[in-house]
Design a protein around this ligand. Structure first.
Ligand SMILES: [Zn+2]
Ligand SMILES: [Zn+2]
Length: 89
């Protein structure tokens, strides 16, 4: 009798930490990419030169600029149609 009771105590010690850890799983985003806030242009908001005109000189300095469409070349879906697959508008 006594040994049976101590066995159940041991079992509860084993299972308790596992049960406590399970509900802590982070909510999974539907896409594989890490979640970053995107603006209406489909660009990472903090990097969108159309939302943040102050960024324009930064992109120009990096030679990442499309003068024809007044936006960074890396955000210019008109010059880089494959960007549309990433949701860039
Ligand atoms: Zn934008
Ligand atoms: Zn362009």
């Amino acid at each position: 009798m006594h040994s049976l009771r101590s066995l159940s105590v041991v079992l509860s010690l084993f299972t308790a930490p596992v049960l406590a850890a399970e509900p802590q799983a982070a909510p999974q985003a539907p896409t594989a990419e890490p979640e970053k806030p995107r603006c209406e242009h489909g660009v990472q908001k903090s990097l969108c030169a159309r939302c943040n005109p102050k960024l324009a000189p930064v992109f120009k300095a990096k030679k990442d600029w499309c003068p024809e469409h007044a936006r960074p070349e890396s955000q210019c879906v008109l010059c880089n149609p494959e960007l549309a697959k990433k949701g860039v508008k």
